[in-house]
Each structure stands twice: as structure tokens, then as C-alpha cells.
Design a protein around this ligand. Structure first.
Ligand code: SIN
Length: 288
């Protein structure tokens, strides 16, 4: 299929588009991959339905966009360490990803995106919400935008993956290891300029952002809380209803997401790969 003719249907005002007519298990042309990447950057999260992906095919598709991350705290599949199985068993109370966040913001470089494939979906519930942090930034007043542009924020996996953290409660069904004492901190600008589009987005999130650089946690709290409240305004969101074989591919540099936990007693099984940015050396070589 010609990449330039990808059929794209927007799903909400701020972000999100469904793409049809692409088989993600196939050896797609460079042109189609470029069109998918452009759609990702433009729509921030893109959706595909009716896919049939083995873990190896999901890895192969993900690698077309960059190197794949091996999660430091969640075990991958034995034969495919890049593939995380996100499972909620009927008896589990807590789900993985059940709070607003941007994947892996505790790493030194912002992740390009995550590709989530639905294997088993509850009869009802288990949707995922997405929120455009570009739209959230654009809706701020000029004065606050100017203040935030001068700030960096400190991100860490400690709270989320420590013994009392949300994700750590998934230790049994997903082999989550404890981060306490081992998680480093990463510092990112609060306003991230998208490296591909130049569009600005807020890059702080409730799961991993601890404080502003040079500010105490206590001083940071009121402004962070304000931003977290602002950034999840319904006007900036879209919602995806999964079916087995659905795929969502979101851009972690401009989107938050939230896995809803509203299907007690049912099983949900997803597989995720996460695309890292190219290492700096490769980027320089590519630029000549
Ligand atoms: C995640 O946070 O990556 C999980 C999202 C989901 O399961 O819907």
C-alpha cells in the first residue's frame, strides 16, 4: 500500500486517529512506515484494528521506529525481553498503568512512543484514555507558559515502583521488581519541544515527576498539582475502546495515558513494546 494514501479518521478534537488498511504484521515499505510516523506525530496517538501480531512481529514493527526499550522494572517475555505482558487477572484488584502518566519519563531521554496490542479484552470496560499535553500547554496563559519554559523537572521511578507504589502492586501477575534504592533521577524541560514537529508540550506527569529542579518537593507541589489538574481536562482527551487485535501507538513526548480499571472479575491481556530514541551517536551519523 502506498504510504501517502493511508486512510486516517480522527477520533476527537485534541488528538487521536484511527488508521485502516494496514497490516502491521507485514514487511511494510519505508514509505508506509514514514506515513505512520507522520500520523503519530500529527495525531499524537494512532489506532489500528483487526491486527494479528505475534510477539516477534510486534518487535519487528516497533524496531522500524527505533531501538526497543527493555523495561528496568518489569520482566519482558522470556524469548522477547522487549515485550512486556500487561495482564490483569480476574482476581487482581490493581491494574498496570491505572493513573495518568507518560511512559518511561524517568529515563534520561524521553521515549518516542509505546505500541500496545490487545490479546484479550474484558467484555466491558478496560478502555484507555489519552490526553494531549500539547493541547494542555497551548491552553495556558502566556505568563504561565513563559514561567514554565524556564523550568526543568526531576522525574523518578521510585514512587511508582517502590514497595508501596502503584505498579509494584502488580508484582505477582507481571513480575514487577522493586525500584527502591536503585532508581535514578532524570531531569527534563517542563515544556518539551517536539524534536520532529517543533510543537511544544507539557512534559510533567503525576506518576513520575517529583519536583522542579532547584525547588523542594514542598515548593513544587502547588504548581505541579495545578498542572496535573489542568492537563487532564476532558477537552484534551480521547478514549479508546479495545477489541482483541487492536493496536494503539502513542507518542510519549506529547501524550499522557490512563488504563481504566473498571472490569472487576475479568481478565485483560495486552503486549507492549516501547520505542527509545536513537542513541546520540546514531543520530549524529544519520545527520551526516
Ligand atoms: C500502559 O500504561 O502502558 C498500559 C496501558 C493500558 O494497558 O491500557
Amino acid at each position: 500500500m502506498s504510504g501517502s494514501s493511508l486512510p486516517v479518521r480522527r477520533v476527537a478534537g485534541a488528538l487521536g486517529a484511527e488508521i485502516s488498511g494496514v497490516d502491521l504484521s507485514a514487511d511494510l515499505s519505508d514509505e508506509t512506515i514514514a506515513a505512520i510516523r507522520n500520523a503519530l506525530v500529527e495525531h499524537q496517538v494512532i489506532f489500528f484494528r483487526g491486527q494479528n501480531l505475534t510477539p516477534a512481529q510486534q518487535v519487528a514493527f516497533g524496531r522500524r521506529f527505533g531501538p526497543l526499550n527493555i523495561h528496568p522494572y518489569v520482566a519482558g517475555m522470556p524469548d522477547h525481553p522487549e515485550v512486556m505482558e500487561i495482564v490483569k487477572e480476574p482476581e487482581d484488584k490493581v491494574n498496570f498503568g491505572g493513573g495518568w502518566h507518560s511512559d518511561m519519563s524517568f529515563l534520561a531521554e524521553p521515549s518516542i512512543g509505546s505500541i500496545l496490542y490487545a490479546v484479550e479484552i474484558p467484555e466491558y470496560g478496560g478502555d484507555t484514555l489519552f490526553a494531549s499535553q500539547a493541547a494542555a500547554y497551548e491552553a495556558l496563559s502566556p505568563g504561565l507558559k513563559a514561567t514554565l519554559e524556564g523550568l526543568n523537572a526531576v522525574h523518578s521511578a521510585n514512587r511508582e515502583y517502590s514497595s508501596s507504589g502503584h505498579s509494584a502492586q502488580k508484582r505477582k501477575s507481571m513480575q514487577v521488581v522493586e525500584a527502591e534504592g536503585m532508581a535514578g533521577e532524570a531531569v527534563h524541560p517542563v515544556v518539551l519541544v517536539h524534536p520532529e514537529s517543533g510543537r511544544k508540550a507539557l512534559y510533567v506527569n503525576p506518576a513520575f515527576t517529583e519536583r522542579f529542579e532547584g525547588w523542594s518537593r514542598r515548593d513544587s507541589r502547588p504548581l505541579l498539582d495545578y498542572l496535573f489538574q489542568h492537563s487532564r481536562n476532558e477537552a484534551f482527551t480521547c478514549r479508546f475502546r479495545w477489541e482483541p487485535g487492536s493496536v494503539a501507538f502513542w507518542d510519549n513526548r506529547q501524550v499522557w495515558h490512563y488504563a481504566l480499571n473498571d472490569y472487576p472479575g475479568q481478565r485483560r491481556h495486552m503486549r507492549r513494546v516501547t520505542v527509545d530514541p536513537q542513541p546520540a551517536r546514531v543520530r549524529l551519523a544519520a545527520a551526516g
